[in-house]
Design a protein around this ligand. Structure first.
Ligand code: CDP
Ligand code: CDP
Length: 223
């Protein structure tokens, strides 16, 4: 038993955050919290209800209508929007783009950060996102910043789509990743960046197992 700990994993799209955070949470027998899913759910709500998500005031004015619940079924995180399971519906490129846009809005971030802190208040968690080490859990036991070249990350996404039998052009994926990187890193509120006391791991030429081992070892050292 390691005692209570919080592990923050940040980084750009396709760096391997969710894959690695999920495995670590399973190995360490603690809760995995996917914060990107929450921004995606706000994006999905806007798309479904014809709210212009590029308009900050329009999004702020519907925030109180967006009920998000995080539920754990068989150890997997399920996310509900006003009572409906949207865990699969949020995994589209269109929703990712909307999520990245609404994630630039201060009121959206404040509401979601508050939820995220409450979820982590009493138990051991592995939480992944963009601002976990810098804003959500500044006292985290360990902060990891995962990176990989944009080309490598686009290629990983391509392989994921191919595995699902879907045809997507590599150039389109690369452009989408670069646009989201740019928006996430250059926004005013909580931009994507490594915490001063975070540890950066370039995953470009590391296997998932190697990264998991490295992080588990670092966490053990901290505890
Ligand atoms: O959560 P995030 O967007 O950071 O990335 P992910 O969805 O966990 O990973 C994107 C894809 O890259 C997944 O298909 C992983 O299996 C793969 N991956 C990899 O091939 N090698 C790594 N070292 C890390 C992730
Ligand atoms: O899986 P992927 O890495 O592609 O994205 P995600 O983690 O599901 O996050 C979707 C979008 O939400 C990101 O592009 C960010 O703009 C935003 N996000 C954020 O701003 N802060 C977080 N803690 C998590 C996600």
């Amino acid at each position: 038993d390691l005692g209570r700990f919080t592990l923050a994993i940040d980084g750009p799209a396709g760096a391997g955050k969710s894959t690695i955070a999920k495995c670590l949470a399973q190995n360490l027998r603690c809760t995995y919290i996917d914060t990107g899913a929450m921004y995606r759910t706000v994006g999905l709500f806007c798309i479904q209800n014809n709210i212009d998500y590029t308009n900050e005031d329009a999004v702020n004015s519907v925030l109180s209508q967006i009920g998000i619940d995080i539920i754990y079924e068989d150890n997997a995180q399920k996310i509900y929007l006003n009572g409906v399971d949207v865990s699969t519906a949020i995994r589209t490129q269109e929703v990712a783009a909307a999520a990245s846009k609404v994630a630039t809005y201060k009121e959206v971030r404040e509401a979601l950060v508050d939820m995220q802190r409450k979820l982590a208040a009493t138990k051991s968690v592995v939480m992944d996102g963009r601002d976990i080490g810098t804003v959500v859990l500044p006292q985290a036991t360990l902060k990891i910043f995962l990176t990989a070249s944009a080309e490598e990350r686009a290629n990983r996404r391509l392989l994921e789509y191919e595995a699902k039998g879907m045809e997507v052009a590599y150039d389109v994926l690369l452009k989408e990743i670069q646009e989201r990187d740019d928006q996430d890193a250059n926004r005013e509120v909580s931009p994507l960046k490594k915490a001063d006391d975070g540890i950066e791991i370039d995953t470009t030429s590391l296997s998932i197992e190697e990264i998991i081992e490295r992080i588990a070892h670092l966490l053990q050292e901290r505890l």
